[in-house]
Design a protein around this ligand. Sequence first.
Ligand SMILES: [Zn+2]
Length: 261
Amino acid sequence: MEKQSFHSASLISENTWRISEAGMVNCYLAIGTKKALLIDTGCGLGNLKDAVSEITSLPVEVVLTHMHPDHAGGIYHFTDYSVSKDDFDLTYSIFSLPIFSRVMIQGAKIKNPEMPPLFSHSNRHPIENGQIFDLGDRVIQAMAVPGHTKGSMAFIDSFQKLIFTGDDCNPSLWMHLPGCTGLKTWQVGARQILNMLKLGYTGWDGHSNEAQTASQVQRIWDLAEELMAGANNHTLDPKLSCIPSEDVLPQIRYSYKKILK
Ligand SMILES: [Zn+2]
């Protein structure tokens, strides 16, 4: 029986691939002349390393947009990876345990899933805001966008005008989890992402099948503004936890107490 592959790669820009892990989550591969940068590692389903080596034989450096189990689940394939030190917190360390990656894979009801091992021994390194990754004739820069997690990072290719945004401005924006910042803090990074999209950058997020547009992120921004106004004027029902309250996208899930933080 042929080995099942859970990953499918599509070329989204020059030497730049989106690798979808069973339609659940995206990893991105940016290739230079000396090395490649893998942005996120999925839940750890199947063999991401094989999927990457089918695309490039160059050495691969691994960075994470944030430490959630559906982005950090595949780090066990690699000896080293980097993530913001603000995501070194215990909250995220617990969240990123392979058991949670397994739970997410189970929740996605994948047929005959090849689960990640329960322990990973990869070496973790910190990414600083503004850090440059020189891939050879191509440079990617990290930009801190605290919000969805304290240490969320976007990665920017200013030559190709690409920005990889992780889960920080998703059409379904989750700001209700332990470790999420308040919306006021989120706005600082989200404003930078929105401005770049308005300047002609193309955004690629952690879960969508299509590129992120300025109008989508503007809509999320407007929802956040609506929440902050409601919290300021005390017109927002404290029992609600998502806006809009019906099941539509875009939508923000939030914690009432943290809207203005
Ligand atoms: Zn996340």
